[in-house]
Design a protein around this ligand. Sequence first.
Ligand code: ASP
Length: 415
Amino acid sequence: MSESIKFGGSKGLLIAIALGFVLGIITGNVVLAVAPKGTQVLLSDWFKAFGDVFVRLIRIVIPPLIFFTIAAATSSIANARRLGAILALMLVIYLGTSAVAAVLGIIAGQAFQPGLGVGLEVPKDYKPPTPPSGVDLIMSFFQLDFNNLLAVGGSTTMIIFALILGISVVLMGDEGRKISYFLSLGSKLMIAFVRAIMYYAPVAVFMYSAWLIIRYGPVMLSAYAKFLATQYSFTLMHFIAIYSILVLMGGLNPIKYFKAQLTPFMIAFATRSSAVTLPANMDAARRMGIPEEILNITLPIGATVNMDGTALYQALSALFIAQLFNIGLSPYHISLLILAAVVGSVATAAIPGGGTIMLAYVLSVLGLPLEGVGIMMVVDPIADALRTAINVSGDNASTVLISRLLGSKLKGSIN
Ligand code: ASP
């Protein structure tokens, strides 16, 4: 891999982002402690706005980045079996890890019962919502229309388009080589584009962390605290234990993985968007030595479909809501919940709050009150920060294992 496609001075950027993170948290706490209420609101609005600028800048590059990376990678793999192997392994590992996360969410909810004893009343006119049919759900992944390609939330359309386009280039034979070269140049160009935007990342991380503390710090003292403590501890457990196992199976020292993952972790935590974190996540994968042909396929797709943090959150939230309303769930409902949380996490858009919007689907499968979505909205940004960080980290841990299974040796391999 040429030096030119790395972020300029990755170490410097990492330190600047870490500094932004710590200073943001300190600033938020200072504002909470000394500023009057009105000033707090005003400052938090400004902090958020400067953070939002980063997200909007990255949003410009997401459609072409997904297009060029996936199309370039697919068109460069002339061997259909290899492409099939990458896609098949990816699906099995992505779905498997999300199911493990959903089970952890259920264990957390059953063991700690964060919603017990609150006793909310189920609304009088409450009727259990009707879940969408299986056919409707599957078809919702195939809302394919050329106009969707550039739409926010149109990533699935773009992924399918780029995959088929890459395959078509291979089908063109010799003539297709020039197009494949053009696509790979395009993908390098997009990475350079991202590098330019990344100089703003430390500022954005500072702004978002300060905003999160000022706006949501006080909520941490309320009844939601137990939910968040449960979610944070189990999500971190998934991150540390499950991903260590994955990368160990992938033949990589977990320390190398956690080190490489630090920058995307902080960017995901601050921006709460897997899509926005995609470029930084790809850079981390390159630093671990994962081959371009693999990471250019697994990471853009992973950002959209693989969300372990969200699966865990949705499973735990459903139990939390059932407990708040004193609604008992049978073992049948619990097994249904694992499935619903995995499907819900796949269908979740890689944007801030996407997981809580899709929680409506999970609740409807179990017949739980949809008011639960509103209840979870109150603490969503805090819950979202960590689940997004784990969502992106899961893509890279799985990619390490996929690379190993496909015969690549990574930098810092332990065997
Ligand atoms: N914000 C998450 C992400 O982008 C999705 C979610 O809300 O769960 O990965």
